[in-house]
Structures are given as C-alpha cells and as structure tokens.
Design a protein around this ligand. Structure first.
Ligand code: SF4
Length: 395
C-alpha cells in the first residue's frame, strides 16, 4: 500500500511585500500570473508517475497570497491533481487568503472548486499594528472576510495572528485575541514576530528605528494566548496552533509526522520517501523550468537526502512541536537506533530541567514550549558531534 500524500502549492504573489516577511513572495509580478498557473499544471503533469495510484489526503495553497490569483487557476490545479491521483473524499483543501483580497464571488468559486478550509491572515485587529506590519487590510476587513467565507459555505476557517510586536501591550494583544474569538473561527494560529535577516524590518531594527519587544514580554503574550484560547474551549495541539476538536490542520500534520508531501510551485519544498527537494525560488525561473527552457522539472533542481543526524534532528524537532509529543519506539522504528543513544544526554538534561516530560511519551512541558527552538538546536548539535550508529533504516 502506498503512503498517503499531501500536496503543497506555492502561490508567490502579493499586492505588497510586508516589511517583516522573508517568505518567497513577490509584489509587482501580476503580468506572469497566468504563465505561473500554466507552469503549475505542467509540473503536475511532470509528476504524473509519482501521483498515479496515490491517495491525496490534503492540498494546501500557501504563499505569498493564494487569494491573489483568479479562483479558476486554483480550480484548475485541484482538478489536475484529482485527475491523476485519487483525491480522498475527505481531503482537506486549504487556501491561505489575505483579508484585503477577499470577495464574495471569489470565495464562492473557491468553494465550488473544492477548497473547504480557509486560513485568513488577520494578524491583528488594530489599525496601527496592521500598518506597522505593512498589511494591506484593515481590522474591519478581518470580520468582513469571515462573513463572506461563511456566506460562501466555508465551515472550517482559521485565523492567523501575530504577537510580540514592538511596543505591543498585553491589553492590545488580548483585544486582538478577543476580536478573533468573537468571529468564531474553528482554528487559530499565533506566531511571534521574528526579525528576519535581510528584511526591511531588520534594517529598521539595525538603525535603531524599531525596538523589538523584550523576550520575556513575548513569552508572557504566548502564555496569555494559551490561557485565553483554552479558557473558551480551543485545544492547543501544536506549539502555534489551537482548534476546536476535529478542526486541527490535517495538511500541516503531514509535515509534523514525517509524511510524504509533494511541493509544487516556485521555491516549494517536497519530502518523498526520505528525500527532500526544493524548486527554483524565483517565479520566472520556475516558469522557465516548467516550460522546459530552464533547468528541468519535476522538482529536480535541488534534491538531497539529509544526513542521518539532520534527519533525526528534523524528526525530533517536528514531533516535539505537537503537544502529544512522541513515543520513543516511533523514533527507534524509523531510525533503528535507540533514542537514548541518539540524544540521551540532551534528553536527560531537559527532563531534569522540567523542559521535557516523559509519561511515557516524550513531550515539551508547558514551560518547555517556550524553549522548543533551543531544545531542537541542542539535539542537532549533539547528533552532529556524536553521530549515532544507524543499524538499518526500516522505512
Ligand atoms: S502578505 Fe504574507 S506572504 Fe505576502 S508579503 Fe505579506 S507576510 Fe509575506
């Protein structure tokens, strides 16, 4: 039996490039949107042999801003995938949408095309914070987007929020959380603002124009979200994600649990049978590759098998993002080494410090959730300095 497959489709277009964003996203490329849609269809066709006989359990349109392209392009991609692979009747088909680019007609067309889940980049419910982030939408547009989505028949809506903004008070963050809750989304994701190298925000920080929020205050805001969201019945299932029971992201779970995923589009990453690949990042290079005039598809531009240390570290880092953690036997079945022999000293240290718990699943404690990055970095450093002896890889 073949493993189920998730498909990620990258749409790299945005109306405006936000100052904090280091995603593979571009403003001002409207002229190539149609060519890009054709390139996606070519890439799907180039992956025919990989898709044939597979059951696709989720499709995720991310970006960039997928709601920037005509819904007909999204529909064509969903149809092309389901014409070759079997699209599971319960498949989750998610599209990330910017509240500033939502219309009733587009939502109706997307729903008709099979998109059944929307992830709306609300980010904040304060006009000044949205302006600071360079977002093109207003707080009112967040509420309007949810209303339009409901009217179009979407029963699964997620809102993304950003906290840890320079100068953001606990009251301001609490007000955004409450405004989001008032809209009744099935899913809420919260992300701390990070200052990414090379972005306009990083330059403003370097010049002293912007002072990042103190780390302890950012941690307090994370705690505030945890308390506020669980108090009203949302279940936290991942470090940044809360949902009503049954509305957890199925697509993202594939990433966190070592599942296969095909990445389509500019800069998209894929993970198939333990091998990773990455497409050409710039949309023009990607279009050329798909048309056969650039470096070739399918997805063969950067293909590599991670070293055992990296593969183990990735696996542990992703599993620890889930609040349920993992059973040591799952790690051992995958890598044919004991967890102790791979990361024993780091594990013991984190257990003793109350960052990890073992019950018998290994998972981050509530305090440990704030230290996930540090735990993952230490595990990787240990795996690289003391490589475990892999007997055989059973997968
Ligand atoms: S809308 Fe999203 S992807 Fe586009 S520039 Fe802003 S943060 Fe980046």
């Amino acid at each position: 039996m073949t493993r189920p497959l998730a498909v990620y489709v990258h749409i790299p277009f945005c109306t405006y490039k936000c100052g904090y964003c280091d995603f593979n996203a571009y403003a001002g490329l409207d002229a190539i949107k149609l060519d890009y849609g054709q390139a996606l269809l070519r890439e799907i066709e180039a992956n025919r042999s990989l898709l044939e006989g597979r059951t696709v359990t989720s499709i995720g349109f991310g970006g960039g801003t997928p709601s920037e392209v005509p819904p007909a392009q999204i529909a064509a991609v969903v149809a092309a995938i389901s014409n070759i692979a079997t699209l599971d009747p319960t498949a989750e088909v998610t599209l990330e949408a910017n509240p500033g680019t939502c219309t009733a007609e587009a939502f109706r067309e997307l729903r008709a095309a099979g998109v059944n889940r929307l992830s709306l980049g609300a980010q904040s419910f304060h006009a000044a914070e949205l302006r600071f982030l360079d977002r093109i939408h207003s707080p009112e547009a967040n509420a309007a987007a949810v209303r339009l989505a409901r009217a179009a028949g979407f029963e699964s809506i997620g809102l993304d929020l950003i906290y840890g903004l320079p100068g953001q008070s606990p009251a301001s963050w609490a007000a955004s959380l409450d405004a989001a809750l008032a809209l009744g989304p099935e899913h809420i994701s919260t992300y701390a603002l990070t200052v990414e190298e090379g972005t306009p925000l990083a330059r403003r920080v370097a010049k002293g124009e912007v002072q990042p929020l103190d780390e302890d205050l950012v941690a307090d805001q994370y705690e505030l979200a945890t308390e506020r969201l669980s108090a009203v019945g949302y279940e936290q299932y991942e470090l940044s994600n809360w949902a009503w029971p049954g509305f957890e992201s199925r697509h993202n779970r594939t990433y966190w649990t070592d599942g296969d995923y095909l990445g389509l589009g500019a800069g998209a990453h894929g993970y198939l049978g333990g091998e990773r690949y990455e497409n050409a990042a710039h949309p023009r290079d990607y279009i050329a590759a798909a048309a056969g005039t650039g470096r070739p598809l399918p997805a063969s531009l950067k293909r590599y098998t991670p070293s055992p240390a990296t593969a183990m570290s990735d696996w542990l880092s992703l599993r620890l993002r889930l609040l349920t953690g993992f059973r040591p036997q799952e790690f051992e079945a995958k890598f044919a080494v004991t967890l102790e022999s791979a990361v024993g000293p780091v594990l013991q240290e984190c257990l003793a410090a109350g960052i990890l718990a073992r019950d018998p699943r290994i998972r981050l404690t509530r305090r440990g959730r704030l230290l996930h990055g540090e735990v993952a970095a230490r595990m990787l450093a240990h795996l690289e300095s003391v490589p475990p002896q892999v007997a055989a890889c059973p997968s």
